[in-house]
Design a protein. Structure first.
Length: 102
């Protein structure tokens, strides 16, 4: 036997590149899972404040009063509707709404 090492030749550069890219993605996903970095819900967990709707209140007024000023008022109203499972015409005095405070 001779001491020659076996040489490997890449037949398809695109297949090799795809293999390397998928291997890197796989390793990143596995390492994040092992290290516990896959729990995105803990990073985006929202806190809520309960408010009671008074007579004459509108979703726009509630959003303007309790939601961040940096957020578009239309998006704030939409968030209130989605969070509470209501539409603007279902708002009644005495109703309790959850308002995100983050």
């Amino acid at each position: 036997m001779t001491g020659r090492s076996k040489k490997h030749r890449i037949k398809s550069r695109s297949r090799f590149t795809l293999f390397v890219a998928l291997s890197i993605v796989f390793l990143v996903v596995i390492s994040n899972t092992i290290l516990g970095m896959d729990n995105a819900s803990s990073m985006t967990e929202e806190k809520y404040m309960e408010i009671s709707v008074k007579a004459g209140d509108t979703l726009w007024a509630i959003a303007g009063k309790y939601m961040p000023d940096s957020k578009d008022i239309r998006r704030s109203v939409y968030t209130l509707c989605e969070t509470n499972g209501i539409s603007a015409d279902e708002l009644m005095a005495g109703q309790v709404l959850l308002v995100p405070v983050n």
